[in-house]
Every structure is written in C-alpha cells, then in structure tokens.
Design a protein around this ligand. Structure first.
Ligand SMILES: [Zn+2]
Length: 433
C-alpha cells in the first residue's frame, strides 16, 4: 500500500546531508517516490501518517550481528572472547534446533524493528540457517546473512563440527534457496567464522565462490590480542593480511571488529575498499579493546556500526552503539549507522539514505520526550546523543509498515517473548557446558 508521512523533520543522509523541516515523504511500490513540502499526491488507496514533531530518518543498519545468539543473552557475562566462545557460546549454539533458531531470529527481528533498525548483516551458527531466513521473510526484515563456516578448531562441540565439503555444500544450498528472494530483500553472504575456525582450503573456496556468485563475505578479524597471537603463530601472518593474501578483501568483504591492526593492515583495508564493522559495546564488554575508528576514518576506510551478538552487548540497539561510538571517538557517526551500514551489506545504491528512487526503509523517531528537549533545527546531534530506541514510533521496510505507534505489525510480541523464554530454557538444559 502507498504511504504518506507528513510534516516530519526529514534527515535525508543524502550527499549534502540535508535536513528538511516540515516535509513529507511519499512511499509507493516499496520505494521512496517523492520527498518535499506540502506534497500533493493523487490516488485513493493511501495511508497517511502525520509525524509532526518527529524525525523521519533512514532505517538503521547493523553491519555485524548474530541472530542465533539472541536467546543466550544474559547467559555469558564476565568472560573474554576465547573463553566466552568455548565455555558458553559454542555449546549453546550446538544446542540449537530449527525451532529454537526460529525463536531466536523472531526475538531478534522484533527487537531490531522496535529499535529502528531495518537491515542487518548476520552470521548464523553452523546449522539451521533456513529458520533465520524464514523469520526474516515473515517479519519483513531486510536480511543479508549466512551460516557460520567452521571446518577446524579446538574445543568445538560435536554439534558444530563440519567437514570442508559439507560447509561449502550447505552454504551453496542456502545461497540457491534464498539469495535474491522476496524481491531482493533477502540475500546470502558467506560467513567463515574467523581464521582460527577455518582451513585455508575453505577460505580459498569462499574467496573464489563469492566472486563467482556475486555475494558478500562476512567474517571476524583481529578482535582480541590472544586471537591475533594465535593467528600469527599458526599462519605466520596477521588476520587482515592473511585474508587479503587469499583474495578475501575488497568492497564485497565486511570484517567485524578490526581492533588490533598493524599499519600495513590499515593500508590494506583502505586500498581494497574492505568494510570494517565497529562494535563498541561488544569490544568493551569482552575486554577486547577500542578500535582506532577516527584514524581508520581519516585514512578513508569504510567503517560501519554493529551490535554483534546479544550475549556480548547485551542488547541490539544501534542508538546505544551510535552514542557510544560518538563518545569514544568523536567522529561524525551518523553515516556509520546508515550510509556506511548500507555499504556493509553491498546495498549502498538501494538503502541507507532517504532519496527519491531508493528502497523505502524508513524509521520515525519521536524526539519530543523530556530527555531529548530542547531540539535544535539540525537534529543529528539529538539522534546520536539524546534519542533512545524507545523513541522509535514507526518503521517501514521495503515500503511495508512493520511498526506503527510502537506496535509490531508483522510479529506477535507476546508470542515472541513466550517462545524465546521456552526455547532459551531448553537450550540451557541441553547445552553441554
Ligand atoms: Zn561477531
């Protein structure tokens, strides 16, 4: 259905970063058809939402996420990365079945939509990724994702072990089933977990297949000093340099974290156009360190924002990540969660800004709460520093209204909560900790 948002403060995030006061946004056939003041739109079957006093902005985009981990929230605190993985996250991931995976994905997309996010780049666990795509299909969320690939590594539970052949075959089967479906809203991305979980043969095949199939590669790099030491011992190279030597660099590659980079690796990111995803809450909670974001941005590296998994955050809220990134680094972080987020998904021509012709992924934020007053004409600072995700009032994805007056329209919030509790309890019971 067509949708007209009227009288909003429109934060376009276009090249000029225009902010339009008292403007309308007309959405038709899934795209932004027109932006302007006092739009006269013809046609009958139209829905109008008056958003006077509210901000209309591009939907927020997570550049790094694990839908499969949302059910483990609050069950893995006080640990550093490698212990966090071995003692909690991998055993929990191995305890998933298709139903618990669906519950975890439903909970994730419900939380993301309520907090103003419209798209994400996701890494699953080794199995059951169909359930994540099914949840995204039904909830209307814009998902680029793939199953985790893990064909080597110590302390892996049986449920996560896979051969190189099986890992590649299952990834390709998922790609064939889902990539480009729902009018392009769902897309596949190869997700080798990190260097320590992957054989060189697997990474080389991913490098070749990603180019052949025209899909993205999404992985982790240089998150934690111990991880970096182990990689150096085993491979004789640093993470980003090693990935680059295998062809895993370029605008189609998104690397989460990149906290510990050599000058050479920074240069590689810049020269190849590889996207780096900054996850400040996760990096602080797992005591990983603080990525050199201003330095990377000054050097021209593409940096986006992500929440990472719920058990290392412990929420999936890009308003929190924007504020934290701005407080830690003082860069202009607005584009990180929108324009650069779109780049992390390879969708910069389609989403990430409010411009005529782009897909209609739109978030409306009610900035009239006491905690956000007073509001100047340029509301970018309000969005980054004062606004909360609970201020999100409406969300549109691909032209579909999925949140109206804070009510989820494509997911049943009570059912999602009940399923999440039930399946989380079962996973804790089943997991071999
Ligand atoms: Zn991660």
């Amino acid at each position: 259905m067509d949708l007209l948002l009227t009288h909003g403060t429109v934060v376009t995030m276009n090249r000029e970063r225009e902010v339009l006061a008292d403007a309308d946004v007309f959405i038709q056939d899934g795209r932004i058809a027109k932006i302007g003041r006092g739009l006269k739109v013809r046609g009958a079957a139209r829905r109008v939402l008056d958003v006077k006093g509210q901000v209309v902005m591009p939907g927020l985009i997570h550049g790094h996420l694990h839908t499969c981990q949302t059910l483990f929230r609050n069950h893995a605190d006080g640990l550093e990365l490698l212990d966090w993985l071995r003692e909690r996250i991998w055993p929990y991931e191995a305890a998933h079945d298709a139903d618990s995976m669906r519950a975890s994905a439903d909970l994730t997309f419900a939380e993301l939509i309520q907090s103003g996010a419209t798209a994400a780049l996701d890494m699953g666990t080794v199995r059951h990724y169909d359930a994540v795509f099914e949840s995204a299909r039904d909830s209307g969320f814009r998902l680029t994702g793939g199953k985790a690939m893990m064909d080597t590594g110590h302390s892996l539970p049986a449920g996560l072990r896979e051969t190189t052949e099986a890992s590649l075959a299952q990834s390709l089967a998922l790609l064939e089933r889902w990539h480009g479906s729902e009018g392009g809203r769902l897309r596949y991305a190869f997700a080798p977990r990190f260097v320590l979980s992957c054989t060189e043969r697997l990474l080389k095949e991913v490098s070749r297949l990603a180019l052949e199939k025209g899909v993205r590669v999404h992985t982790h790099a240089s998150e934690n000093p111990t991880e970096c030491d182990l990689v150096r011992q085993r491979i004789g190279m640093d993470n980003v340099a090693y990935f680059h030597s295998l062809g895993l660099s370029g605008p189609h590659v998104t690397l989460a974290h990149c906290v510990w980079l050599t000058a050479e690796e920074q240069r590689l990111l810049r020269e190849t156009g590889t996207v780096m995803c900054h996850c400040p809450s996760s990096n602080l909670k797992l005591a990983s360190g603080i990525a050199k974001v201003p330095e990377l941005m000054d050097a021209g590296v593409h940096v986006c924002l992500g929440a990472d998994g719920a058990p290392c955050n412990n929420n999936l809220d890009l308003f929190v990540e924007m504020r934290l990134a701005a407080l830690l680094h003082k860069p202009r972080v607005g584009p990180l969660a929108t324009v650069e987020g779109a780049r992390a998904l390879g969708l910069e021509k389609e989403v990430g800004s409010l411009e005529e012709g782009k897909r209609a992924d739109v978030t409306v934020v009610d900035v009239r709460g006491l905690h956000a007053l007073p509001t100047p004409a340029n509301v970018l600072g309000v969005l980054v520093y004062s606004a909360r995700s609970t201020d999100v009032s409406h969300v549109v994805i691909d032209g579909q209204l999925v949140l109206k007056d804070r009510q989820l329209l494509t997911l049943d919030a009570l059912q999602v909560a009940e399923d999440a509790r039930r399946h989380a309890a079962r996973i804790v019971e089943r997991a071999d900790l």
